[in-house]
Design a protein around this ligand. Structure first.
Ligand SMILES: [Zn+2]
Length: 228
């Protein structure tokens, strides 16, 4: 019996694997302390590196999954772009949260070939600027079964709405909402052929951060993006 239990524990440990090394990048937007409660999880080892130094070095050896919660509309420095591009092209994981969809407004590779979406700060490509609305109740529906949506049923959340984003026809939409002030897709898989990229529109403040469905969603996304 003891040997059987020991075997089970070993199997569980092997299944869990080593903790995922998560690098969170912030900067450009204030945020609630509750954001960090999302990462208080034994399956992750987490570092936080805000702008402007976040991309000044090659971070491929330091992280499995990059979590973006920054709002940097433009990062023109070639060296920083190269470090971010090298991380993506090495096939690592990227989880883009909420306002980080505003990042890199003038870097088409980023919003077309990685994230598959962009919140438009200004009108572009014949589309008007996107719009945000605050603290709205949103009903969120699971559109596709996927490891990122595992354990989630349809749920309600109080959060910020985003309307009129440019969204690539190539993304795989995982969660949607019928809130009229929001675009239908709220979570999707990005467009990069090698990196595992997830965009989660939700997550403005503590109402979202304390929502167990949101917590589950972010955790699932990070573990999937890590290749687990
Ligand atoms: Zn917000």
């Amino acid at each position: 019996m003891i040997r059987f239990l020991a075997g089970l524990l070993l199997a569980a440990a092997a299944f869990a694997g080593p903790p995922v090394r998560v690098l969170i990048v912030t900067g450009g937007h204030e945020h609630s302390l509750s954001f960090y409660s999302l990462f208080d999880d034994p399956s992750m080892i987490v570092a936080v590196n805000p702008h402007p130094i976040a991309f000044t070095t090659d971070f491929r050896d330091r992280a499995d999954v990059l979590v973006l919660y920054d709002l940097i509309p433009n990062m023109p420095e070639e060296e920083k772009r190269n470090h971010l591009r090298a991380f993506v092209e090495s096939g690592k994981g990227v989880v883009v949260l909420h306002h980080a969809i505003i990042d890199h407004q003038s870097w088409p590779w980023w919003y077309e070939d990685v994230v598959g979406g962009r919140y438009l700060l200004d009108s572009a490509g014949g589309m008007p600027a996107s719009k945000a609305g605050h603290e709205e109740r949103m009903l969120v529906t699971v559109a596709k079964k996927h490891p990122v949506t595992e354990g989630l049923a349809d749920f309600a959340i109080e959060d910020e709405t985003y309307k009129g984003m440019w969204i690539s026809p190539k993304v795989q939409v995982l969660l949607t909402t019928d809130n009229p002030n929001n675009d239908a897709p709220v979570v999707w898989l990005g467009t990069h052929p090698k990196a595992r990229v997830v965009y989660i529109q939700l997550g403005h403040g503590s109402l979202a951060h304390h929502n167990p469905n949101y917590q589950r969603l972010v955790r699932n996304a990070i573990l999937w993006a890590a290749g687990n």
